[in-house]
Design a binder for this molecule. Structure first.
Ligand code: PAF
Length: 286
């Protein structure tokens, strides 16, 4: 396994792979890898085959964090990430530096961003106004550097995946975007690098996100119901957890993210909940 930090070297390597006709699968991450990321790596390997190349990027992207968010505190452990990647059979880990990704940003010289204007207005976009601009910008940059044939993203960040699919289609980027199912703990909690912020008691209460999803699934299994009524029931369920505070729960069409008034089997649900100071998200098809 090789570790490449330099953007020009990574691009030169990508050109070499293209000349040799090698297939490249790409897993962009912010590090702090867990079994969810490793399932993306497995999918990438399956897609490109034993002779293909699997690239993982480890980069905590500053432009997708708001001014009051956890950029400085975001967990970083490159040594552990590299060991996990090596064990998972990754070929190259790309670890660019801020100064190379956003040269002159502090002096206002970096000024080109990729902005998706519709899907990023709702849910996470409403709660975190500049977040998706940072995500689309960094992913477009990473695609230009790594030049993958396919890129793999977790379904836990459903809205992110929808926005990136839109970006790939709208900008004619030659990348096949693959969305991989969420990996969960045995009690249903979706794996997330932010789970490690939780105290044992908060960790116990954090299962309320999964229980909310299951409650909604149960409620619409046989008959449709109003979104307002189901939202009220989920608010009630979350109020039972003293450390949990609902940020939003939305019911919408899974591809278009358009909200629905009537929730039925197949409707998508997403929610964001503060558990103590930690903001967790989850989603699923009902
Ligand atoms: O999902 C993430 O970890 C990040 O948003 C991504 C796609 C790696 C961009 O920084």
């Amino acid at each position: 396994m090789r570790v490449i930090a330099d953007i020009e070297r990574m691009q030169a390597q990508a050109r070499l792979w293209a000349r040799r006709g090698l297939r490249v699968g790409f897993v962009p991450t912010m590090g702090c890898l867990h079994a969810g990321h490793l399932s993306l790596v497995d999918c990438a390997r399956q897609e490109v085959g034993g002779r293909g190349i699997v690239v993982v990027s480890v980069y905590v992207n500053p432009t997708q964090f708001g001014p009051k968010e956890d950029f400085d505190a975001y967990p970083r452990d490159l040594k552990r990430d590299l060991a996990l990647c090596r064990k998972a059979g990754v070929d190259v880990v790309f670890t660019p530096r801020d100064a190379a990704m956003y040269p002159g940003k502090a002096q206002g010289r970096f000024s080109t961003y990729v902005v998706e204007e519709r899907l990023s207005q709702v849910m996470e976009g409403r709660a975190r106004p500049t977040h998706f601009r940072g995500v689309t910008t960094v992913v477009a940059k990473l695609f230009n550097i790594v030049q993958p044939e396919a890129a793999f993203f977790g379904a836990k960040d459903w809205q992110q995946a929808a926005i990136l699919k839109r970006m790939v289609a709208d900008l004619n980027l030659p990348v096949n975007l693959v969305v991989v199912p969420t990996v969960r703990e045995p009690d249903g909690l979706a794996l997330s690098s932010r789970n490690q912020y939780l105290t044992p008691e908060q960790r116990r209460q954090a299962t309320a996100l999964w229980r909310s999803l299951q409650h909604a699934r149960q409620r619409v299994r046989r008959a449709s119901m109003g979104a307002a009524q189901l939202r009220a029931e989920i608010e009630h369920l979350l109020r039972q957890q003293p450390e949990a505070r609902l940020d939003y729960v939305e019911f919408f069409h899974g591809d278009t993210l358009v909200p629905v008034r009537t929730v039925r089997r197949g409707t998508h649900m997403a929610l964001a909940v503060f558990v103590g100071p930690t903001r967790l998200i989850d989603n699923g098809r009902l």
